[in-house]
Design a protein. Structure first.
Length: 235
C-alpha cells in the first residue's frame, strides 16, 4: 500500500513545516536540541535521519513521528519502530485521506467550474438588465417627449381657439359699432331730410306770403284814383 503514496524528501517536509511556523534552521535546532550543522545536513538531504533525529524534530513541531515522516523517504523510521499492523493501518488511513482529498479537489474543481458558469450567466443577465434599463430609459424619454408634444399641441390648439374667440369677439364689437354708427347715420339722414323739408316749406310759405301780400296790395284803392277808373272801365 505504501507504493501508492508519493514520497517526498524528509528535508523538504521539514522545510515546509519551517515555512508554516516561520522558523529558521537555528530556531529548529534550538527547539529540537540538535546541532545546527546536523539540522542543516538533514534539511539538505546530505544525511538520512535516525529515529532519535525524527523524534526530536517531531517533538519540536508538537507532532508524532508518524505525522512527520509519513509520505516522506524517511518512512522507514516507522517500519523500524512501529508495529507493522499499526503502520499499515496508518498508511491505509493516509491513502484513504488522500483519496478523499482527491475527491474533494475534483468536487471543488467542479464547483469552481459551476461557479464560473454562474458568474458568466450573472454577467449576461446583468448585461441584459442593463440593456433593458437603457431601453426603459429611452422609452420613458420618448413618452415624455410625446406627452410634451401633446401638451404643446393642446396649448397651441387652446391658443388658436382663444385667438378665434378673440377675433369673433372683436368682429362682434366691430359689428355693433358699425350698427350703432349706421343707425346714427340713418337718424342723421332723417334729421337732415326733415330739416330740408322744413326749410323748403318755410321758403315756400314765405314766398306765398310775399306773393299774397303783393296781390292784396295791388287790389287796394290808392290816392290817385286808379280804382274808380278801373271800375268805370269795367262797367
Amino acid at each position: 500500500m505504501s507504493d501508492q503514496i508519493l514520497l517526498i524528501p524528509f528535508g523538504q517536509r521539514v522545510r515546509q513545516l519551517l515555512g508554516e511556523q516561520k522558523w529558521s534552521n537555528a530556531e529548529l535546532a534550538k527547539r529540537s536540541h540538535l546541532p545546527p550543522s546536523l539540522v542543516s545536513r538533514l534539511l539538505g538531504g546530505k544525511r538520512k535521519p535516525a529515529v532519535k533525529h525524527g523524534l526530536a524534530i517531531a517533538q519540536a513541531f508538537s507532532m508524532s513521528l508518524g505525522q512527520l515522516v509519513l509520505e516522506t523517504d524517511a518512512v522507514y523510521l516507522l517500519r523500524d519502530n512501529v508495529p507493522m499492523q499499526d503502520f499499515n493501518r496508518e498508511v491505509d488511513e493516509r491513502v484513504k485521506a488522500q483519496t478523499e482529498v482527491a475527491c474533494l479537489q475534483a468536487e471543488l474543481g467542479s464547483l469552481r467550474a459551476e461557479r464560473e458558469m454562474l458568474n458568466r450567466a450573472v454577467a449576461e443577465l446583468e448585461e441584459t438588465l442593463a440593456g433593458k434599463a437603457q431601453e426603459l430609459v429611452r422609452t420613458k424619454e420618448s413618452l415624455r417627449k410625446e406627452q410634451l408634444l401633446r401638451t404643446l399641441a393642446g396649448q397651441e390648439k387652446a391658443q388658436a381657439l382663444l385667438e378665434r374667440n378673440e377675433e369673433r369677439s372683436r368682429a362682434d364689437d366691430n359689428y355693433r359699432a358699425w350698427y350703432q354708427l349706421n343707425r346714427q347715420l340713418v337718424l342723421l339722414r332723417e334729421s337732415l331730410a326733415k330739416e330740408k323739408n322744413l326749410v323748403k316749406w318755410g321758403w315756400l310759405t314765405t314766398f306765398l306770403g310775399t306773393l299774397g301780400g303783393m296781390l292784396v296790395g295791388a287790389s287796394l284803392p290808392d290816392g290817385s284814383g286808379n280804382s274808380s277808373s278801373s271800375r268805370k272801365r269795367i262797367t
